[in-house]
Design a protein around this ligand. Structure first.
Ligand code: AMP
Length: 492
């Protein structure tokens, strides 16, 4: 492999790129302790969590003494087969699905991360983004640490390995006390499963039971698939340690000023059959649709969902408005999510290949098109045009969340602020740009009012620009610390 040093300007540009990488992971985690089919069940759990990340996945299992790992690029069904699962022996396992946009989509960033520390083997599956990962990484690198990934999650492994605490849970707590931002994670040692949520509780993590085994998962849909019983959500700031069949709860962190559960998990990201903090996602989306219909009524002949993201809200809108719900836009399910395409050209293609209008339903009709959110505006521009080409007389766009004006720093993949159409444009301009007859977004007040039924505090920074935790970046750009990589280099 040949390496060339970058000029200071190139270094700065690359550092910015690397910093971006730290804030663009969407992930799902799963862990099980004390089951003879641990790896198989983790595989099924990850299958249910596939919507949380489609780029890479992995499982680490433990037989009580040593760990076995298998990770790969692609979907769970591509990466794991009967043979690979059979090799993942033992009664304990953790698994991870990951998706990142910009830059680094290589195998080295696939999780779970694993390491052999002087306290034994550890494997970590992390969901959420840390806002001070870069300064910590700089500090550790200055003291000689060598990082092998561009993921923020790796700082946890380094901090843990350096901790002088006597046991793995205290080492993990020691490491987590240094990081800020979002973490819902599962860590496997040789004999214990440890799960933790940050004090703000940004990302979900639930606890379940199956045949006497303990299970942790990002969402309840993973418990449902393996027929595990839902016990409860982990509380913000809670750490649970599961060893020899017993669960111990710790509350080691200073409490956050408020709970900040990600509202976008309810709006878009989680699966509609999941319950987040005991509230069903589908039902909440429908409530948003009802609120949207009250805020932005319009005379129309049919309500059309943008499948699948807008379907529950469209149902709510249709019921509240008394307008028939029609699937006048059919989705091809064999195409991956639009966002997964790396280049703008393929993103456009993705929209066309993904949705097809039903001419007979739309001909001469006034349609209300409902989706959960607009990010760059690419999808709706194509779809509005499609409906018109299919004969729709009017197309009124209704969005079941407020204008998306800020990027997420806590684990939802959103583009930079400048790329967000609602950051740059007014609703009227957006309407013009996407070619609709009208556009109506649910107001922030409307969203917050609807969310009072869910109880607990939320993070709605992507809509309100009120960030519970600010990002920390280093003041000084280090010189000569970045190298051009000529060959694809996957140490894993
Ligand atoms: P865009 O075409 O960029 O406006 O994207 C809008 C579509 O992306 C909507 O159908 C949303 O449901 C979906 N969407 C919103 N947020 C995300 C996300 N973080 N990852 C993937 N898709 C998303």
């Amino acid at each position: 492999m040949s390496r060339t040093l970058f000029s200071p300007d190139e270094q700065r540009a690359l550092l910015r790129e690397r910093e971006d990488d730290h804030f663009h992971d969407e992930c799902g985690v799963f862990g099980i302790h004390g089951h003879p089919e641990a790896a198989h069940l983790t595989y099924h759990g990850l299958y249910a969590l596939q919507h949380r990340g489609q780029e890479s996945c992995g499982i680490v299992s433990s037989n009580g003494h040593e760990q076995t790992v298998h990770r790969g690029m692609g979907l769970v069904s591509d990466v794991f087969h009967e043979k690979t699962l059979a090799a993942l022996g033992g009664r304990h396992a953790v698994g991870h699905v990951r998706y990142s946009t910009s830059g680094d989509s290589s195998l080295r960033n696939a999780q779970p991360f694993y390491a052999t520390t002087d306290g034994g083997p550890v494997a970590i599956a992390h969901n959420g983004n840390l806002v001070n990962a870069i300064p910590i990484r700089r500090e550790l690198e200055a003291r000689g640490a060598i990082f092998s990934t561009t993921s923020d999650s790796e700082v946890i492994v380094h901090l843990l390995a350096r901790s002088r605490e006597p046991n793995p849970e205290e080492r993990l707590i020691d490491a987590l006390s240094r990081v800020k931002g979002a973490f819902s994670l599962a860590m496997l040692t040789d004999d214990a499963l440890i799960a933790a949520r940050d004090p703000y509780g940004f990302r979900p993590l639930v606890l379940g039971r199956l045949d006497g085994a303990w299970v942790v998962a990002s969402e309840t849909c993973a418990l449902d698939l393996i027929e595990a019983r839902y016990e409860r959500d982990l509380e913000p700031g809670e750490v649970v340690v599961i060893r020899r069949g017993r669960l111990r709860t710790l509350r080691p962190f200073a409490p956050a000023p408020r709970e900040a559960f990600c509202i976008f998990e309810y709006i878009y990201f989680s699966r509609p059959d999941s319950n987040l903090r005991r509230h069903n996602v589908y039902s909440f989306r429908k409530e948003l649709g009802r609120a949207l219909a009250r805020e932005h009524p319009v005379g129309a002949d049919l309500v059309v969902p943008v499948l699948d993201s807008g379907s529950a809200a469209a149902m709510g809108y249709a019921e509240e408005a008394g307008i028939p719900y029609e699937m006048a836009l059919i989705r091809n399910h064999y195409v991956q999510r639009t966002f997964i395409q790396p280049a703008q050209s393929s993103r456009n293609f993705g929209v066309r290949v993904k949705h097809n209008p039903v001419h007979d339903l739309l001909e001469g009709k006034r349609a209300v098109l409902v989706d959960d959110s607009i990010v760059r505006g690419t999808t709706l521009t194509k779809i509005v045009h499609m409906l018109r080409s299919a004969g729709a007389r009017e197309v009124h766009v209704r969005i079941s969340s407020p204008p998306n004006v800020g990027p997420c720093h806590y684990g939802i993949d959103t583009p930079t602020r400048e790329e967000l159409i609602a950051h740059e444009h007014t609703v009227e301009e957006i309407c013009q740009q996407i070619g609709a007859d009208s556009v109506g977004y649910l107001s922030l007040e409307g969203l917050r009012r609807t969310a009072t039924s869910l109880k607990g505090g939320f993070c709605d920074a992507c809509f309100s620009d009120e960030y519970p935790v600010e990002i920390e970046t280093p003041d000084v750009v280090p010189q000569l610390s970045l190298f051009r990589q000529a060959d694809e280099d996957d140490p894993a």
